[in-house]
Design a protein around this ligand. Structure first.
Ligand SMILES: [Zn+2]
Length: 399
């Protein structure tokens, strides 16, 4: 549901007067216009108009009475009780959710037993590579894989140049406490800021991908997934783990074998999008032909949080003892990334719904979060200081 033409929603006009520069959304493209005093008078009018419009829109927005999805979410339909079609579909499956958790946990245990039986087990340095963002979920994932499942773990962090300083400390503390090896990949900042800026209005992501995450998060995740996969293939690591919450992936994908055809297809789509956004900057990230030749077909993607008991408070308590401390400058939906606040703003501006609504709705439906807590999280404003400093670093100023 992209908005067409001019829109002044969410323009931060205080920042605008201060910086004397404005951002306009024209045909869904950002342009920068230098302001003068007459222009600032115009801004004062817009500010009033904007406040009125936001109040009106928020009070009028219809939201599912069971989850948190708003009427602006793509494909949504409400029944007479105000329950959305996504919830109605999940009611049918709810009875099997507990059984599925047991089924996939057992599948994972069988997989661990199988990889320990393989001939190369004793020579293999690692059983699993974990995409480690430093956030609460991936920190907990590292803990369970290391301590509960006793796997040989390699943590890999993609430093996207916007990790909160506290997140960097958390990464060091957690890896030290768990006594695990850690790889940090830090691409140059100029390329990263160009990439994230270009991704804001990228039109190469399928609608489903943009229903679940912002375009900025999509490109960041693609870079991480590609790097982790390359490393797993090069080091012959059989398991690749992500700390996705149960709201982020269906349980059926929590233990997933990667076959060569699937790999080629996924990489092809990813490569085309990266090329469009990054041009030749994408070269170090994409898989080469030799990676496909090396790929054994015995590699699995695993997402343990989908089949374990997911309780945010329990997770926070358990990782606190590893030295993990919540950052204070990230938005309510991230516990590691400062860029996320701007990614959310830009997504809401472009599509009219929160990019975390789908995930939070899933957590609410499955009973991992109350509806009130979900709504509160989605409506918590981001720290304006963080938003402005990130926007400035990215070269788009305040969104
Ligand atoms: Zn719903």
């Amino acid at each position: 549901m992209a908005k067409k033409g001019l829109t002044f929603q969410n323009l931060n006009l205080d920042g605008l007067v201060k910086s004397q520069v404005a951002i306009f959304f024209v045909c869904n493209r950002l342009i920068l216009i230098h302001a003068n005093s007459i222009f600032c008078e115009f801004c004062a009018f817009l500010r009033l108009h904007q406040s009125w419009k936001l109040v009106k829109e928020k009070s009028a927005m219809k939201i599912c009475t069971t989850c948190v999805l708003p009427e602006t979410f793509p494909g949504i339909e409400f029944d007479k009780s105000g329950v959305c079609n996504y919830c109605r579909k999940s009611f049918v499956r709810k009875t099997t959710a507990a059984e599925l958790k047991v089924k996939y946990r057992n599948k994972f245990l069988a997989l661990i037993a199988e990889i320990r039986e393989r001939d190369c087990y004793s020579e293999r340095p690692y059983d699993v590579i974990v995409a480690y963002s430093g956030g609460k979920d991936s920190s907990f994932t590292l803990k369970v894989l290391t301590l509960e499942f006793q796997l040989k773990v390699l943590a890999m962090t993609f430093n996207n140049a916007f990790l909160a300083p506290r997140a960097m400390e958390n990464i060091k503390n957690v890896c030290r406490s768990l006594d695990i090896d850690h790889l940090m990949v830090s691409p140059n900042q100029g390329m990263l800021t160009r990439t994230f800026r270009n991704s804001i209005y990228a039109d190469c992501y399928p609608p489903k991908a943009l229903q679940r995450a912002s375009a900025i998060c999509n490109v960041c995740m693609d870079l991480i997934k590609s790097l982790v996969l390359k490393t797993a293939i090069e080091m012959a690591i059989p398991l690749i783990s992500y700390g996705w919450s149960p709201g982020q992936i269906p349980i059926q994908s929590s233990v997933l074998r990667l076959n060569p055809a699937m790999l080629k297809q996924a990489q092809g789509a990813m490569k085309r999008c990266m090329q469009k956004i990054m041009g030749n900057d994408s070269v170090p990230f994409v898989l080469r032909e030799r990676h496909f030749d090396l790929f054994s077909g015995d590699t699995y993607n695993i997402c343990p949080l989908a089949f374990l008991d997911y309780d945010e408070q329990k997770i926070l308590n358990e990782i606190r003892v590893l030295g993990w401390v919540p950052p204070e400058d990230t938005d309510a939906n991230s516990s590691n990334c400062l860029l996320n606040a701007l990614a959310i703003k830009a997504h809401q501006e472009r599509f009219g719904f929160h990019p975390y609504a789908f995930e939070i709705a899933g957590l609410v439906r499955e009973g991992h979060m109350t509806r009130e807590a979900g709504l509160k999280r989605l409506s918590t404003p981001s720290d304006s200081k963080t938003l402005h400093s990130v926007a400035e670093k990215l070269g788009v100023l305040a969104v």
